[in-house]
Design a protein. Structure first.
Length: 273
């Protein structure tokens, strides 16, 4: 059972989204940093954690770290992660749309991306099955204006119910593959499952041990505080980004959502068409 308090209760206690904030470039934390200096002298919050050698807590997967806690550690330590918004088609032409945060670029010549799709307890997810069968998919980059809609596509709806309809997002024809692109997305990548000659090497490392500074853990771990981790993100060119704000979105559950007036209306309209 989740230890997270009721989502709406927590959300209602938080400040409104800051619509007037825009991306801006600043100087680095310490523009006069010198080779050999090591940690920056900049007065960053929680800097003392990084100038200290510990204490350290070690987690060994399957020994003192359960699968469930390993998941919490993984998704709170390896951040920020880009999200692949995957559009696929089943063999009989049923569309599927779903987000996956185990996603990244793996090379530029030829251009290639990687999407890792975990299995359900009893079977593979529709996205994985569709890609294996048809060898085609589209990956879109999720942006702020449609984050709620994208999150809603993670719903565990039955195969005959389209995530496109439930989210209100619009499919548009692709050029090279059969799965649709996301009209609202500013970046779509039409992809073909790659099994051609070797041009780049993707190394998959099995994590044998984690070593985490105790000062960045929440309630003795294994979840990590994003505020204290202060992770950096890589942008285009020579740019980097900070993570200094965020919000939560509750995952929709079909058995709850199917009774809502909005979903009933969508399903009724779909039957009429």
């Amino acid at each position: 059972m989740s230890s997270h308090p009721p989502f709406k209760q927590v959300e209602n206690s938080r400040p409104d989204f800051k619509f007037d904030e825009k991306f801006e470039y600043t100087k680095t934390p310490q523009p006069d940093w010198k080779p050999g200096q090591g940690i920056s002298d900049a007065p960053l919050p929680n800097r003392e954690i990084y100038s200290s050698s510990g204490p350290i807590k070690t987690f060994i997967p399957y020994e003192n770290l359960s699968v469930a806690d390993g998941y919490k550690l993984m998704i709170s330590a390896i951040v920020p992660r880009p999200i692949a918004f995957c559009s696929t088609l089943s063999e009989d032409g049923k569309p599927n749309l779903a987000p996956f945060s185990y996603f990244n670029a793996v090379g530029f010549n030829p251009p290639a991306v990687m999407v890792s799709i975990t299995k359900n307890p009893t079977a593979e997810k529709d996205t994985a099955l569709n890609i294996k069968k048809t060898k085609e998919f589209v990956v879109a980059i999720i942006s702020e204006p449609f984050i709620e809609a994208a999150n809603y596509t993670a719903i565990d709806s039955p195969p005959e119910v389209s995530e496109w309809d439930l989210s209100g997002l619009n499919p548009v024809p692709s050029l090279k593959v059969k799965p649709a692109r996301v009209k609202e997305a500013s970046v779509n990548m039409e992809c073909e499952l790659d099994s051609t000659k070797l041009t780049q090497t993707c190394m998959i490392g099995r994590i044998k041990a984690w070593h985490i500074k105790e000062d960045i853990m929440i309630n003795d771990g294994p979840t990590i505080s994003i505020e204290k981790l202060m992770p950096m993100g890589r942008l285009g060119g020579i740019s980097y980004s900070r993570v200094n704000s965020g919000f939560e979105l509750d995952g929709p559950v079909w058995k709850d959502e199917v009774e809502s007036e909005e979903v009933k209306r969508i399903l009724t309209e779909k039957k009429k068409n």
